[in-house]
Design a binder for this molecule. Structure first.
Ligand code: DAH
Length: 350
């Protein structure tokens, strides 16, 4: 093999060993660049006779063409390999089954909430929403709940640190503060009519939402859901509450085979007060009295705190835990299941 043939061979090998374009261009410079091997060979021709120059020149040109061809071929191969790599990386396997999105659904407690809103809505009740972080005034004081009431103790209530000592903030322990908030807004809207001694629309509202107490077992969760109801007018009586609540329960549980009893009780914000129990006449729970709500005639002090004259306005309120209603409706025995977030449990309600 002469020197030119071996140079071509060396170049071929150098190109073949270059696995990246930049490496290949470096190799090219070594052979075909300005100070590369080819240029050196050309310079070496200076001392030759015209005859020798002619044949040597032709041979060098052939070698150069061979090296250039090898370079082009290698460039081509590298760019094809790169394309192939990209195609592989971005390959779309159309035979792969699609990723399942799964179907979302409402939480069972949300389903109950929707039913409650729908049923009371059909009986002329508005739906109100309010803050879960309450002031001590709305949660207790305005509801005629005295300073020494056990519900105010640290054991029962989540107080929020760093607040005003005189007016501490807390996580509301019930939805009852919404009675006051909603009534105050209602009174404000009808201030002029009230001052003129004219009639104003009745307050008829429910206020569902999250409530909090330091409590946790199979039937109590530190966060739970209540729905407050309030009906205030000049001519409302206990029988209205009884009618509305009975109609609600029968529709909620989809049975008329259901009776209610109002059992005397005590709440600071109602007088008289009653616990509402229901009893199914059929089914697995038949014959058992189940407590579903507290209720009563709104206490005159509370009516006053709403900005209304208790001599003129009278009202009824109730508060029910609707996690409990959800458990009864679906036959669930442990409340905590609702809040554990286990999709296998939750998806059964869709
Ligand atoms: N707020 C009471 C509780 O959480 C329930 C309650 C009782 C609400 C009587 C009322 C009511 O509106 O009139 O235990």
């Amino acid at each position: 093999m002469n020197d030119l043939d071996s140079l071509v061979e060396t170049a071929r090998q150098a190109f073949a060993q270059s696995t990246a374009p930049a490496e290949l261009e470096n190799a090219k410079a070594r052979f075909l660049g300005k100070s590369g091997r080819m240029t050196e060979l050309m310079k070496g021709m200076a001392q030759l006779s015209p005859e020798e120059k002619k044949s040597r020149g032709a041979a060098i040109n052939l070698a150069k063409q061979a090296i250039e061809a090898a370079l082009t071929a290698r460039r081509q191969a590298l760019s094809e390999a790169e394309l192939e790599r990209q195609l592989q990386a971005e390959a779309l396997d159309v035979s792969l089954p699609g990723r399942q999105r799964g179907q979302g659904g409402l939480h069972p407690v949300s389903l109950t909430l929707e039913r409650i809103e729908g049923l009371f809505g059909s009986m002329g009740f508005e739906v109100a929403d309010g803050p879960e972080i309450e002031t001590d005034w709305f949660n207790f004081t305005a509801l005629n709940t005295p300073q020494d009431h056990p519900a105010r103790s640290m054991h029962d209530t989540f107080y929020i640190e760093g607040g005003d000592e005189q007016a501490p903030h807390l996580l509301r322990t019930h939805t009852s503060p919404m009675q006051i908030r909603h009534a105050i807004a209602h009174v404000k809207r009808h201030r002029a009519a009230l001052d003129a001694g004219q009639a104003i629309p009745e307050i008829r509202v429910i206020a569902p939402g999250r409530t909090y107490r330091v409590d946790s077992d199979a039937t109590h969760s530190p966060m739970f859901h209540q729905c407050e109801g309030l009906w205030i007018g000049e001519n409302v009586s206990f029988k209205d509450l009884k009618y509305v609540f009975t109609a609600f329960c029968r529709r909620f549980f989809e049975t008329d085979e259901l009776v209610l009893r109002f059992r005397p009780s005590f709440f600071p914000f109602t007088e008289p007060s009653a616990e509402i129990d229901i009893q199914f006449q059929q089914g697995p729970l038949a014959g058992r009295w189940l407590e579903v709500a507290g209720s009563g005639q709104v206490h005159p002090n509370v009516v006053r705190n709403m900005g209304l004259d208790p001599e003129r306005f009278i009202g009824f309120a109730f508060g029910m835990g609707f996690d409990r209603l959800t458990m009864l409706r679906y036959g669930v025995s442990d409340l905590r299941l609702f809040f554990d977030g286990d999709i296998r449990f939750l998806s059964q309600f869709q």
